[in-house]
Design a protein around this ligand. Structure first.
Ligand code: SAM
Length: 227
C-alpha cells in the first residue's frame, strides 16, 4: 500500500484529455450562468481543478459544485470563484489578500490573472497541504497561517481583499487595510446564507457598499468571524 501512495499522488497531477474536455464544458456552463470576463473563463479553462481534490472525490472535480476538502471545509463552487473574482475587477500586478486559502484553487485563479497574492488560512492541516501543492503547480503566493479576519496589518495596504468564508459582519480592519481605490469582496450574513458585498474605497477614502445576491459559505472564524 505504501508503494502505491506516491503513484496516486503523481496520477492526481496528470491532466488528461478527459479532464481538459470536462473543463471546457465547465467553462461553457459558467458562461451560460452569466460569467462574461474572458480572462477568468480562460483561467478556469486552464487550471486542473481535480488536483485540488481528495482522491475519492476526483471524478466530481468539474461539476459546478462546492466539495469537501477535509477539516469540515470546502473548495468553493466554480461559479462562486468566478463571480467573486469578477467583482474584484482585478488588474495584473494588483496586491491581493485572500482570506481562506482552503484548497488553493481560488488563489491559483487570482495568480493566473497576474495578481501578487497574500493568502491566509486558519486550519493548520489545510495550510500545510496547500503550501505543498500550489508551488508544485507553479503558483507561489505568500502563505500565512492564522486568523485572516483581522487581515494582515504588517503587509497592508492591499489593492484588493477577497474573503472566501461567510462573515457575521464586515470586519473594519479589512476596510482599513484597503488602499484608496481598493475593493473588498466578502460574503456576510448568518451561518446558513450570506449576501455578497463589494466594498469600494474611493480615492478620498470614502466607502461605497453594493450587494450581489445570496451565497452559502462555510463560516469565517476568528476575532471578526464566528467564534
Ligand atoms: N478559497 C478556498 C478555495 O479555493 O478552496 C475556499 C475555501 S473554504 C470555502 C473557506 C476557507 O476559509 C476554509 O479553508 C477555512 O478554514 C478558511 N477560514 C475560515 N476562517 C478563517 C480565518 N479567520 N482566517 C483564515 N481562513 C479562514
Amino acid at each position: 500500500m505504501n508503494g502505491l501512495l506516491p503513484c496516486l499522488v503523481i496520477m492526481q497531477f496528470i491532466d488528461t484529455f478527459r479532464h481538459q474536455g470536462l473543463r471546457r464544458n465547465l467553462v461553457i456552463e459558467l458562461e451560460k450562468k452569466g460569467i462574461s470576463d474572458q480572462r477568468i473563463l480562460a483561467a478556469i479553462g486552464k487550471i486542473p481543478r481535480h488536483v485540488f481534490f481528495e482522491n475519492a472525490l476526483i471524478s466530481h472535480a468539474y461539476q459546478d459544485k462546492a466539495f469537501p476538502i477535509g477539516e469540515g471545509q470546502t473548495i468553493s463552487q466554480p461559479f462562486t470563484v468566478a463571480r467573486q473574482t469578477e467583482l474584484l475587477e482585478l488588474k495584473p500586478k494588483h496586491k491581493v489578500l485572500e482570506i481562506g486559502t482552503g484548497s488553493g484553487y481560488q488563489c491559483s485563479v487570482l495568480m493566473e490573472l497576474g495578481a501578487t497574492v497574500y493568502t491566509i488560512e486558519y486550519q493548520p492541516k489545510l495550510f500545510h497541504r496547500t503550501k505543498q501543492i500550489l508551488p508544485k503547480m507553479g503558483y507561489e503566493p505568500n502563505f500565512f497561517l492564522g486568523d485572516g479576519s483581522k487581515g494582515l496589518p504588517n503587509f497592508a495596504p492591499f489593492d484588493r481583499i477577497l474573503v472566501t468564508a461567510g462573515a457575521p459582519a464586515i470586519p473594519q480592519p479589512l476596510i482599513d487595510q484597503l488602499k484608496p481605490g481598493g475593493i473588498l469582496v466578502i460574503p456576510s450574513g448568518n451561518n446558513a446564507k450570506q449576501e455578497m458585498f463589494k466594498i469600494s474605497k474611493g480615492m478620498d477614502s470614502q466607502i461605497f457598499e453594493e450587494k450581489f445576491g445570496d451565497f452559502s459559505f462555510v463560516p469565517l472564524k476568528g476575532s471578526f468571524g464566528w467564534s
